[in-house]
Structure formats: structure tokens, C-alpha cells
Design a protein around this ligand. Structure first.
Ligand SMILES: *Cc1c(COP(=O)(O)O)cnc(C)c1O
Ligand SMILES: [Zn+2]
Length: 384
């Protein structure tokens, strides 16, 4: 059995023992650092057992995590060794499943009957799927702009999908408050258990390579914080010697973290009129933005933003290697090209790019390849 770990605010240092999600200062709390050793085991949950804040419900796992690290040819031109962490093979086709599984394990043990989230995309599908699996009710809050088609991949699992009219930015905070009152455990983008689940990406990478750089598509900041915490805990446990450089990657059309970073601001401001093809990373006011900014400053890590043209180009290059990812997930590759060309990432570096989610999630904008029309009697000619 695991002892109950403390929660700490990374910004003001306040400590909590209860299941809070945000500090009184307004920032997200996180679990105190874990130390441990790896064990033999089939799943990442078993091999890194010491590092989870709650006992993972292994018999309810859908096989999240333990994703392939694919050696890519795309780094050749830039002279780097590129590895692609393929998170698109998770049960609902994005890395969100890792965090959802761990948070759901907590919700079940804490005897919640319902869970919720605020999302229109990958997180909504992930929470809906795992709620079904765990036998819990799911309340999915979406903005009034979300179309029916997008919601089919969410409601199919049986969740209550609630389209909310009004300020979408307020929903994150209102959901936490109301959830506490009504006994619905909200697993939003930077829920402390969710962030812990994402550490598995760092653990699995470290089992295979010692990267110099890791490229991380960043929206709310939960994924970035999770991977950072994972590498830090590995170092504190003596399992790796040095931290890789973690690169926060955003879309130019919605880059509140990179903007605040470049302007030297200590606090984030809302990014007005966001517009990017990378819908999955278009949060204009990331709830973990200040926490990410602090990590970037503390460790001297960069923030890079990339344009839609570069994103589409990178998406096509990845497809050319057999990996079809959504635009948000191609931003890492686009950033690599920018950083490689400008010499920020030197030749010979080992680089990992996180392919966060599947291209099938965002088909509408994709320009397909060539299609040949062929009458059956001319098949022989068509095949030549
Ligand atoms: C959620 C998501 C991200 C960003 O993760 P955050 O924790 O919000 O920073 C990146 N790519 C995809 C495909 C996602 O679904
Ligand atoms: Zn605080």
C-alpha cells in the first residue's frame, strides 16, 4: 500500500494534505517528488511503481503507455539522431490516457461515483472511455461552439456531454468548485494525478535512450510539467545523470507561454484571438502556464513557436515515414527543423519528439495524396 503523499504549490511553496487541485494562490499544486528504483515488470505502472502517488488499478488498464520509440530518418539532414515517441497508439489515440488512467484509479479508491473534464477533444474522449471502463459516470463540459461530429467520438462511450453557453475560460475553475460540492471528480488538463501519469513518458524514454533534447507540444502545460517531473525524479533517484533540455513547443497563432517567456514576464497573459490549425494545443490561457514558465527559467530551457505552414509541412514529412499525426503533434518536428537550421540543436544530438495524438482525430483539413481513377478493363495499364 502507498502512503498518502503531500501536495505542494510549485509557485508559492504552500503544502496540502487533502485532495486539492489548486493552491490558494491560484496556481496548480503537484505531488512532492518521488524517489525509487525500477523493477522488472510488463507495464510502466509496475516497473516504476515507486513513482506513482496512488496504486494503479492494473486490472482496469486499457493498455495505456509503453508506447514505441521509433528511430526516424527525418533527423538525417540536420545531422541529429531523431526518435519519435509514438503516443498515437494509446487506447483513445493520445497520451491523455496515461493521466486519465491514474486519476481514475484515484477517483475509484476515493469512492467517487462520477468524474468530469473540460475539453472538446482528446481529453474528453479519454475521460469518457476510462469512465466507462471504471464503471463511473462521466460529465463532459464542452463549449457551445463544438460541433456534433466532433462530439460523437466522446458520447459514444456513454458520457453525459454538456454543451455550456457562456465564457469557456471560466469553465475550468467553475468545474473544480462545483465538482467539489457535487461529488464529481474533475480530471482537467493539469489535475495532479494526470500530470503524474505523464511522467511515464520520461521513464520509458530513459529506459531506451539518453536524450539531449525532448520536444514537447504544449498547451495547458500539463504534459510539459509531467515529463519534466519524470526526468527530475529519475535524476534525484540516481537513475540518470543529466537532464535533457526540454523544449516547450507552441503554435505561433496561440503561444501565450512563449510570448511571456520572450518578453521576460513572470506571469502569463491571455492570448487574444487564437488562430491555428493545431487545435489540440490552442488553449489561450493555460492553467499551468506560470508553472511551465518557471521551469523554463529555472533550467534554461527554450520555448519555440511554429507557424501553420511549418506544421503542415512537418505533418506531411511524418506521414511520409508512415506516421500520421494530428497537427498539434507535428509541432515538435517543425520546431526541430527551426532549431536545427539555426544551430540551437547541434549536430550529433539525440532528440526525442513526442507524437502526442493521431491524425485521424483531425481529418477535415488534411490534403490527401494522389488518387488515380481507373476503369477495371484498364487495370493492367493503371498498375504499370
Ligand atoms: C492535450 C494535447 C497536447 C498538449 O498537452 P497539455 O497538457 O495541454 O499541454 C498536445 N497534443 C495533443 C494531441 C493533445 O491532445
Ligand atoms: Zn501557491
Amino acid at each position: 500500500m502507498k502512503t498518502k503523499p503531500k501536495l505542494i504549490c510549485p509557485i508559492c511553496g504552500a503544502e496540502y494534505n487533502g485532495p486539492v487541485q489548486r493552491c490558494e494562490c491560484g496556481e496548480p499544486v503537484e505531488f512532492e517528488p518521488f524517489k525509487g528504483e525500477p523493477y522488472l515488470g510488463k507495464t510502466v505502472w509496475e516497473r516504476f511503481y515507486d513513482f506513482w502517488p496512488v496504486e494503479p488499478e492494473l486490472e482496469l488498464s486499457l493498455g495505456e503507455g509503453d508506447t514505441p520509440l521509433v528511430r526516424s530518418k527525418l533527423g538525417k539532414e540536420l545531422g541529429v539522431k531523431l526518435y519519435l515517441k509514438n503516443e498515437t497508439v494509446n487506447p483513445t489515440w493520445s497520451f491523455k490516457d496515461r493521466g486519465t488512467f491514474l486519476a481514475m484509479s484515484y477517483a475509484l479508491k476515493a469512492d467517487y461515483k462520477a468524474v468530469g473534464t473540460v475539453s472538446t477533444g482528446n481529453m474528453a474522449a479519454s475521460v469518457s472511455a476510462y469512465a466507462s471502463r471504471f464503471g463511473l459516470n462521466a460529465k463532459i463540459l464542452v463549449s457551445e461552439k463544438t460541433g456534433d461530429e466532433k462530439l460523437r467520438a466522446v458520447s459514444v462511450y456513454g458520457a453525459d456531454v454538456i454543451r455550456v453557453k457562456g465564457d469557456y475560460g471560466r469553465l475550468y475553475f467553475d468545474s473544480l468548485k462545483l465538482g467539489e460540492r457535487l461529488g464529481v471528480y474533475f480530471i482537467n488538463s493539469d489535475n495532479p494525478f494526470r500530470v503524474e501519469g505523464y511522467k511515464g513518458i520520461a521513464f520509458e524514454i530513459a529506459e531506451e535512450v539518453t536524450p539531449d533534447y525532448v520536444l514537447i507540444p504544449t498547451s495547458s502545460g500539463g504534459l510539459f510539467r509531467g515529463i519534466a517531473k519524470g526526468f527530475l525524479e529519475l535524476r534525484e533517484s540516481g537513475l540518470i545523470e543529466e537532464l535533457p533540455v526540454l523544449v516547450a513547443v507552441q503554435a505561433e497563432g496561440c503561444s501565450p507561454i512563449c510570448r511571456a517567456f520572450k518578453e521576460g514576464k513572470g506571469r502569463l497573459e491571455r492570448f487574444e484571438n487564437p488562430k491555428t490549425i493545431a487545435q489540440a494545443i490552442a488553449n489561450p490561457y493555460p492553467p499551468s502556464g506560470n508553472a511551465v514558465l518557471r521551469l523554463l527559467r529555472e533550467f534554461g530551457w527554450p520555448c519555440v513557436s511554429v507557424g501553420d505552414e511549418e506544421i503542415i509541412g512537418a505533418q506531411r514529412e511524418l506521414a511520409g515515414e508512415g506516421l500520421f499525426v494530428e497537427p498539434a503533434s507535428a509541432t515538435g518536428m517543425a520546431a526541430l527543423e527551426k532549431l536545427g537550421e539555426s544551430g540551437v540543436i547541434p549536430e550529433g544530438s539525440k532528440v526525442v519528439s513526442i507524437l502526442t495524438g493521431s491524425g485521424l482525430k483531425a481529418l477535415s483539413h488534411v490534403e490527401g495524396g494522389k488518387i488515380v481513377e481507373c476503369p477495371i478493363d484498364e487495370l493492367e495499364n493503371c498498375l504499370r
